[in-house]
Design a protein around this ligand. Structure first.
Ligand SMILES: [Zn+2]
Length: 209
């Protein structure tokens, strides 16, 4: 029998599945905080009673700590997304570790003692990051569906990509930061009730790989 204290230890595996199985799906939002879009997204998630994961860009955390406080106050889950959104694919472990620790410190300067159970590598270029993140208590968090919302193809097209792309247990990557994300947020507002009417459950990602 596994030691119970080890049950929640992160593994150096990239998790890309939602908790719960069946028609469950996890929404994750990268590159914020980015007001006003993040604030509008928080309103939408609250209205639909959905909890999501926010993968925070450290420099943006320093600019908008009050938005991080609202994310936590609303009961969402945090994910470390690096301090400067660097591609870490070729970085040695020590450099990765320093960046992740700096990001965690920025988040905890905004929200003392904040839990940060996940890490997501910028651009999904993982390199050695999953093992370093696990060592720091964070599970690497990937995705099964990215909807290309950075292309800003229009809300209707984003809704179509979500409706056609979501599969049972998928972690979905979207963005609340990195540009004007109003289309993404409008698409989320539309798609949540549509998914629920078809029996889908919005859940958090699996805790470990
Ligand atoms: Zn990113």
């Amino acid at each position: 029998m596994a030691h119970p204290a080890l049950a929640d230890n992160p593994t150096p595996t990239v998790v890309d599945s939602a908790r719960g199985g069946g028609r469950s799906v996890s929404f994750t939002f990268d590159d914020g905080p980015n007001p006003p879009d993040t604030l509008r997204l928080l309103d939408v998630l609250r209205e639909h009673r959905v909890k999501a994961v926010f993968c925070l860009w450290g420099e943006h955390v320093r600019q908008h700590p009050e938005v991080v406080r609202r994310i936590v106050a609303d009961g969402h889950t945090l994910c470390n997304h690096g301090m400067r959104h660097d591609d870490m694919a070729t970085w040695p472990a020590e450099r990765i570790r320093a960046d992740l620790l700096e990001t965690t410190a920025a988040i905890r300067a905004a929200v003392p003692g904040a839990r940060i159970p996940y890490f997501r590598a910028p651009y999904g270029n993982w390199g050695q990051t999953p093992a370093v993140a696990a060592d720091l208590g964070m599970q690497a968090l990937g995705w099964r569906l990215a909807i290309g919302d950075w292309e800003t193809p229009g809300t209707a097209e984003l809704v179509r990509r979500l409706r056609e792309g979501i599969t049972p247990g998928a972690v979905v990557l979207m963005h609340d930061g990195g540009g004007d994300r109003s289309q993404t947020i409008a698409a989320v507002d539309t798609v949540i009730p549509a998914l629920r009417s078809e029996g889908w459950r919005l859940s958090l990602p699996a805790r470990r790989g």
